[in-house]
Design a protein around this ligand. Structure first.
Ligand SMILES: [Zn+2]
Length: 62
């Protein structure tokens, strides 16, 4: 099975995928180091983005 592209990883993180698609991807990740590292990186970047957003919104709130 080929590795899904980064776009699909993003879809997975954003939960835009149907349950069966998500299950298929998660199963693939379990056996694919490349996707696992890409997913970890994508999640890390997303967390950083959210941290910046919440920091910005708390600044404007106060
Ligand atoms: Zn893969």
């Amino acid at each position: 099975m080929n590795s899904p592209d980064t776009c699909l990883l993003t879809e997975l993180i954003e939960s835009h995928l149907a349950d069966n698609q998500r299950t298929e991807l998660v199963t693939h990740f379990a056996g694919c180091d490349r996707c696992t590292s890409q997913l970890a990186l994508a999640l890390k970047l997303r967390e950083q983005g959210e941290a910046q957003q919440s920091a910005a919104s708390s600044t404007t709130a106060t």
